[in-house]
Ligand binder design. Structure first.
Ligand SMILES: Cc1ncc(COP(=O)(O)O)c(C=O)c1O
Length: 479
């Protein structure tokens, strides 16, 4: 971000707020006044319109659920017992720290702080702040080579806060069409009306959008308004990596005088890519190009929550204006301690070992699949496909390893694999396009080579039974 326009605009906004001594915008809508009736006038029976309301509501909701069931898209609350002993090829805990190593490190952190408060006791803007949380923000900012950091209860909340608060009316937002739902939801609530998408990971499409902005929005080209660009480092559905250099360079070339604010969501690269797992931006040394970097802690970090790396003015603006930051209880000590403990693990030699094991498991999985005697048959007939044909050539292999099935088949494969003792998740339309329904396989540090081999064998066994079931013999059946 160039130092000029946007930070000045945000600072002016903060100063206005300082002048009014009001942290939170007043609620401008007036509520209709409620005049209570004398108690005696309430009858024991609810009025007829209320008694039927419950039935009407549940009826309407049930019909919605039935519709979803009919299209095969109903989500059921997973059975924790069935999943408990399954081998993990599904969870986001890709470094496999959450259920063991991190617990031990967390206990050590708790022992060092025996007087911790269990609850955070309020919003961060009131009593939910502490030396521990500000210290953790400073530590994370320093290790990620950022000016400042702001912690959120979740990545979802962080994206809502960023996009509803930071872009100002008249600014322009450009985003990759496949960014996470939380970015889409944040952008839906944004204060600018100028929002454009470009085709997924496609620099040519991005450049086309920028050229039309250059023509139609001179205020962006001249730098008096700000251009925001939203992307992810690793996309959560295909596991593909963003060509960050190309996007940054194209924007510089096409809009050299623009005030550019690049935002990157590093949910799937933090902990996994770069020195000490610091992410894609740190790996390439592009910290100055990305004014907003979001790291979420629910994946390789093995915890919950998120950190936004940004300028202190942006942090202060979020602290003052992001309603979902202000009107909610801050993160608890337990969560913060877990985040700190996790960063100790992933930033050390153990983290390196685990990242290496994930890489080996990804290669082993693809090798087992592609060398399986029946793979070619299923692959040629389009019954099973992988997205990354040339996975060997990739500089980074990401733990997200999709296996495309035929439409309507992924749930059945997922269910059979669970029966066989493997936990994995199916992604269906509308999360993915109709013709690329899939299993979203996550390879983990603690998956053993034998588990990977048995998992591949179970997939191929399902495919054999599904597409080439043994013919029944009338004579045998009769006997
Ligand atoms: C790219 C991306 N951003 C944001 C989120 C939301 O993060 P959280 O689970 O911490 O709310 C996710 C989670 O799936 C994600 O994949």
């Amino acid at each position: 971000m160039s130092p000029g326009a946007p930070l000045k605009a945000l600072s002016r906004r903060l100063n206005k707020r300082r002048a009014t001594w009001c942290l939170v915008p007043p609620i401008t809508r007036t509520l209709p006044s409620f005049i209570p009736r004398p108690y005696s006038t309430y009858s024991a029976q609810p009025p007829p319109e209320l008694s039927s309301a419950k039935g009407a509501l549940l009826g309407a909701l049930s019909r919605n659920l039935d519709k979803r069931r009919e299209t095969g898209r109903i989500l059921e609350i997973p059975d924790p017992v069935a999943q408990a002993n399954a081998v993990d090829f599904g969870s986001n805990d890709v470094l496999s720290i959450s259920t063991g190593l991190l617990r031990e490190e967390l206990f050590r952190e708790l022992e060092d702080h025996p007087d911790f408060a269990v609850g955070s006791r309020g919003s961060r803007v009131l009593d939910g702040n502490s030396r521990y949380v500000t210290g953790l923000e400073a530590h994370l900012a320093q290790s990620h080579n950022a000016k400042d950091a702001l912690l959120f209860n979740s990545g979802y909340e962080a994206n809502i806060a960023i996009w509803t608060t930071i872009p100002q009316p008249g600014d322009v937002i450009v985003y990759d069409e496949l960014v996470h739902a939380s970015i889409h939801d944040g952008i839906k609530g944004t204060r600018t009306t100028q929002v454009f998408s470009f085709q997924h990971n496609n620099p040519a499409s991005f450049e086309e959008v920028l050229r039309s902005i250059k023509t139609c929005h001179p205020e962006i080209a001249q730098g008096s308004r700000t251009l925001f660009v939203a992307m992810e480092s690793v996309y959560s559905v295909d596991g593909d990596i963003c060509p960050v250099h190309q996007f940054v360079n194209s924007a510089k070339e096409i809009l050299p005088f623009a005030d550019r604010v690049f935002m990157i969501d590093e949910s799937h690269s933090c902990g996994m890519i770069g020195p000490m797992g610091l992410g894609l931006v740190c790996h390439y040394g592009l910290e100055n190009e990305f004014a907003l970097r979001l790291h979420t802690f629910g994946k390789a970090i093995g915890c919950t929550g998120a950190a936004l790396f940004c300028d202190p003015v942006i942090k202060h603006t979020l602290f003052n204006y992001a309603r979902n930051f202000i009107f909610t209880t801050g993160p608890t000590f337990m969560v913060l301690a877990a985040v700190k403990a996790a960063h100790r693990i992933i930033g050390g030699a153990e983290g390196d070992l685990r990242r290496e094991r994930v890489q080996k498991n990804i290669s082993h999985f693809y090798d087992c699949l592609q060398s399986h005697p029946q793979w070619e048959t299923f692959y040629q007939t389009g019954r099973l496909r992988i997205v990354e044909e040339d996975w060997r050539l990739h500089r980074f292999r990401t733990a997200v390893t999709p296996l495309i099935t035929q439409p309507g088949e992924s749930r059945a494969l997922q269910a059979q694999l669970l029966k066989d003792g493997f936990l994995v998740h199916a992604l269906q339309y509308p999360i993915v396009p109709l013709d690329s329904e899939r299993l979203r396989i996550m390879l983990h540090a603690d998956n053993t080579p034998q588990q990977v081999e048995s998992f591949v064998e179970a997939i191929m066994r399902w495919a054999r039974q599904r597409y080439y079931p043994p013919r029944s013999c009338k004579l045998c059946d009769a006997a």
